[in-house]
Design a protein around this ligand. Structure first.
Ligand SMILES: O=C(O)c1ccc(O)c(O)c1
Ligand SMILES: [Mg+2]
Length: 603
C-alpha cells in the first residue's frame, strides 16, 4: 500500500517538507492548507515540485465547519468550497478532507448534515473531486467514526465518503468492540485513512491531539488493531501519517520524515501487510567504546574500577580494558577530537550479525561504512538516531560445521603485557544509560524496539533539581541487554548529555570498597536519603551504615533488590556499580532524583 504524510507533520517551509518526505521514501503527501497559504509557490509550482519529487498529492485538507448550518450560511460555505475546488484542480489533488463541524452554528440534525454534504459532494464531483468526511473527536455534534459514516451513508452520494483517523477513533477510549463496525463500512466508501498514535494521557482530547500525537508505535494506542479493521473493510488507499506535536515542529524535517517512514514500515509489518527481514535480538553487550582526546582520566577510572588494559587494536589507537565479561574500548583516534570523552559505540552480541544489519537497513537505519584497515574484521554496524554506532558482533564466531566463520572483533586486538590487576568483582555490563537529544527521544525508543527487537518498558519521569528527566528502558527477554534511553531537561545542562555505563557485581559493597581503596571517588549522598531508607526498610545490623559510608542506594521491587552507587564523571561519562538480586527488574528510578541532585552538587 502507498505511504503518505501530511505536510503539517514536518517542520519548515513547504519546499523543505516536500523534499524531506520524498527523501525518506514516501509516495505521497497530504497538503495542509496553512502550508499552502504560507508558501510563495503557486499551486502549479507545488504540483510540479511534487511531480519532480515523485510525490502524489493524496489529499487537500482541511475544510471546516461546512455542514448542518442554516441555508444562508451553507450558501457561503459552498462559495468557499468552489474556490477550494478550483485551487485543488490547479494542484492536481482529487480528494478533500472535510472535518466535522465545531461551529456554534451547526445543528444537531443528521438529515441536514447529509443533505448539505451531498450538495457539497455534487459540486466537488463537477471538478472531479471526492469529499472525505472525518469525525473530529471534539466535533460539536459528530465526533465518532460511526456517526460520520451514518451521515455519509444517508447522503448516498458517490463523491462522498469517509476519512478514518486513528487518533480521533482511538482517543475516545472506545471499547475495542466499537471498532468492529469499521469492517462493515464498504472499503470503497473509506476515501482516506490517517494514522497517528499518542501517549496515553487523561486530558482534553483537542489539546492531546494538537500537542501530543506521535507516529504509530511511539504512543500507547492500538493503531495496528485499528489498521487491521480498516484493511478488513477493504480499504486499499494510502496509509497516511497525520501527526501534530510540539517536538517535531522544532526538529529538522529530514530525520523526522525518516522516523515517520520507519514507523509506517513497522506498522505494516505488524498488521501483516509487509514482510521485513526478521529482527535479530541481541544477546549481550560485547563492549562499549569511549572516544576521548585524552585517555588518561578514563583509563585511571577504569583501572580504579579493577579493569586491566589487556589488548590494543592492531591498526588504531584503541585500548581494550576488561574485567570479567565487561569490556570497554578507549579510542583516542580522530573521532575523539570531535567529541570529548563520550560513549561512541556499543558492540551488541548477535546470533546473526549480517541478519541484524539487514533488518536495520530495511528500517532505514544508516548502515555505517566499514572503515577498516586490511585484515581488520568486517563488522556490521549501523547508527542509532543519536549517532551512537551499534556494532553487531558474533556471539560465537567459531564456525559451526559447514558454515563460514563469522568475523571476530577480538581478532583485531593484540594482547599487551599487563600487570594482573586485582579484579574488583565486576562481572559484566548490566545496562547502558544513553541520553538522547530532546527531539529524538520517541524516535530512539521506536528505533531500539523495531530495529533491535527490544521490548520497551513504561516511560518514567525523574525530577532533577533543575528540570525533569524522562527515561524509558528497552531490553531483551532475559535482561542481558538493557538500555535506558533518557532525555534531559535542558540541552545545555551537563547532566542532560550524560551517558553512563552500569557494571554488574555480585557484591557491590566489596566492589565499592576495592574501588575506594585504590583512590576511586564515589558520589556521596545526603544523610536524609539514608534516614528515609531506614524508615522504609528494615536492614541487617550495620548494613545501612555501610551504605551511608559508601554512598550506596537501595531499591526493591516485587522480584528482588537493587543496590547501586556511582563514580565521578569523566567528560560525558560516568560508571554505576549495580548489584541485582532475586530478579529485580528496574533501574533504581526511585533513587534517580537523589543521584541527580548529588551530581549537580558535585559539579
Ligand atoms: O486538529 C485539527 O483541527 C484537525 C484537522 C484536520 C484533521 O484531519 C485532524 O485530524 C485534526
Ligand atoms: Mg485527521
Amino acid at each position: 500500500m502507498r505511504t503518505s504524510i501530511a505536510t503539517v507533520s514536518l517542520s519548515g517551509s513547504l519546499t523543505e517538507k516536500l523534499t524531506a518526505a520524498s527523501r525518506a521514501g514516501f509516495d505521497g503527501v497530504e497538503i495542509f492548507e496553512n502550508d499552502l497559504l504560507a508558501s510563495p509557490l503557486t499551486p502549479e509550482d507545488i504540483r510540479s515540485r511534487c511531480a519532480d519529487l515523485g510525490l502524489s498529492i493524496d489529499l487537500y485538507q482541511p475544510m471546516r465547519d461546512i455542514e448542518a448550518v442554516p441555508p444562508e450560511e451553507f450558501t457561503r460555505n459552498l462559495r468557499r468550497a468552489r474556490h477550494k475546488f478550483e485551487l485543488m484542480s490547479r494542484l492536481g489533488a482529487d480528494t478533500v478532507l472535510v472535518c466535522s463541524s465545531v461551529s456554534p452554528l451547526a445543528e444537531d440534525d443528521d438529515a441536514l448534515a447529509a443533505a448539505q454534504l451531498s450538495q457539497l459532494a455534487q459540486l466537488a464531483q463537477d471538478f472531479g473531486i471526492r469529499v472525505a468526511y472525518e469525525a473530529l473527536a471534539w466535533g460539536r455534534h459528530v465526533n465518532t467514526y460511526d456517526h460520520a459514516w451514518r451521515i455519509v451513508e444517508a447522503a448516498g452520494h458517490p463523491a462522498l465518503g469517509t476519512c478514518l483517523d486513528s487518533f480521533h477513533i482511538l482517543a475516545r477510549g472506545s471499547d475495542p468492540k466499537d471498532l468492529e463496525g469499521i469492517a462493515d463500512i464498504p472499503g470503497e466508501k473509506i476515501f482516506f485513512l490517517q494514522l497517528a498514535d499518542a501517549p496515553l494521557m487523561a486530558m482534553d482530547v483537542l489539546q492531546w491531539s494538537r500537542h501530543y500525537r506521535c507516529f504509530p508505535g511511539q504512543g500507547g494506542l492500538d493503531v495496528t488493531g485499528l489498521l487491521r479493521h480498516v484493511i478488513a473493510a477493504g480499504y486499499r488507499g494510502p496509509l497516511s501519517l497525520e501527526v501534530f506535536n510540539d517536538v517535531f515542529r522544532q526538529a529538522e524535517a529530514g530525520p523526522t520524515a525518516v522516523d515517520a517512514h520507519r514507523s509506517l514500515l513497522v506498522l505494516k509489518e505488524a498488521a501483516g501487510l509487509a514482510a521485513l527481514p526478521a529482527p535479530v535480538v541481541p544477546t549481550g553487550a560485547a563492549f562499549v567504546e569511549l572516544v576521548t582526546a585524552d585517555a588518561e582520566p578514563a583509563s585511571a577510572l577504569l583501572g580504579a574500577l579493577g579493569f586491566a588494559r589487556t589488548a590494543r587494536h592492531r591498526s588504531k589507537p584503541v585500548d581494550l580494558w576488561q574485567q570479567g565479561e565487561a569490556r570497554v574500548l578507549v579510542n583516542t583516534g580522530p573521532a575523539a577530537r570531535r567529541h570529548g570523552t563520550s560513549l561512541a559505540a556499543v558492540g551488541l552480541e548477535s546470533p546473526d550479525p549480517a541478519g541484524a544489519a539487514r533488518r536495520a537497513e530495511s528500517l532505514l537505519a544508516p548502515v555505517l561504512p566499514r572503515r577498516r584497515a586490511p585484515g581488520d574484521a568486517p563488522l556490521d554496524a549501523v547508527a542509532a538516531p543519536d549517532g551512537t554506532e551499534l556494532f553487531f558482533v558474533a556471539t560465537d564466531p567459531v564456525a559451526a560445521d559447514g558454515e563460514d566463520e563469522l568475523p571476530d572483533w577480538r581478532a583485531d586486538f593484540v594482547d599487551v603485557p599487563h600487570q594482573d590487576a586485582t579484579p574488583h568483582g565486576v562481572t559484566r555490563i548490566d545496562h547502558l544509560a544513553l541520553t538522547q537529544p530532546w527531539h529524538e527521544f520517541d524516535e530512539a525508543v521506536l528505533f531500539h524496539r523495531s530495529v533491535l527487537g527490544l521490548h520497551a518498558q513504561e516511560s518514567v519521569d525523574v525530577a532533577d533539581p533543575y528540570g525533569l528527566h524522562r527515561s524509558r528502558a528497552v531490553s531483551n527477554a532475559d535482561g542481558s541487554v538493557r538500555i535506558a534511553l533518557g532525555v534531559g531537561p535542558a540541552p545545555t545542562d551537563d547532566g542532560a548529555r550524560a551517558q553512563h555505563i552500569a557494571l554488574a557485581t555480585d557484591d557491590v559493597v566489596a566492589t565499592a570498597r576495592a574501588f575506594r581503596a585504590v583512590g576511586g571517588r564515589l558520589l556521596s549522598l545526603p544523610a536524609n536519603y539514608h534516614d528515609d531508607l531506614a524508615a522504609r526498610y528494615a536492614f541487617a545490623d550495620g548494613e545501612l551504615e555501610t551504605y551511608r559510608e559508601l554512598g550506596i542506594l537501595y531499591d526493591r521491587d516485587t522480584h528482588g533488590e537493587f543496590r547501586h552507587c556511582y563514580t565521578h564523571t569523566v567528560g560525558r561519562v560516568f560508571f554505576e556499580l549495580v548489584q541485582r538480586d532475586g530478579g529485580y527488574r528496574g533501574y533504581g528510578a526511585r533513587n534517580a532524583p537523589v543521584r541527580l541532585a548529588a551530581q549537580h552538587a558535585a559539579r
